[in-house]
Design a protein around this ligand. Sequence first.
Ligand code: SF4
Length: 178
Amino acid sequence: MLIDTYDLDIFTPPCEPGAERYSAVARLVVDISHVLPYLNATLRGAIYHQEANALTWKKGGHNIAFHAFEIATSNVVDRDGAIKELDGLVELVNRTWERRSELSPNFKRRRRPTPMDVYKLLPQTNCKQCGEQTCFIFALKLSAGQHQLADCPVILEQEHDDKRRQLEQIVIDAPAIR
Ligand code: SF4
């Protein structure tokens, strides 16, 4: 096991004094730099910065950052929530490291998809079934994490399977629909 213990820091983000949600950091005694390219190869929507030795990822409303000796997460409710979230991330790092012989490390830096990248793959019917006036507004909100791909029922239709799969690959934190 690569990480078997960590020290927990939990604090209010400096940009949000008085916030009711907290940020939390697991301070590690082992260097996890060598795991980051493997995480980059497996985590959909992860952004790897090789020069900065950092990988960022969004999951379930949390902004997550992996660095050499720490794992940070945002938007936790309390200490128990922070421990649960960080324990899951530690397990993810350990599991990825154990599976490294099956994986190809990816050192490339992906760029975040722009709203236009997303829009090009949407059905572009402006049917409003997602609650937005246009597909482009939906694309803007999807890129910002304010919608999920599944909020567009039209993309579920079989004729859009190919574009839906492409969207699932590029949209940060977009769950696979089926
Ligand atoms: S439901 Fe889908 S196709 Fe219809 S407007 Fe929204 S994004 Fe466009």
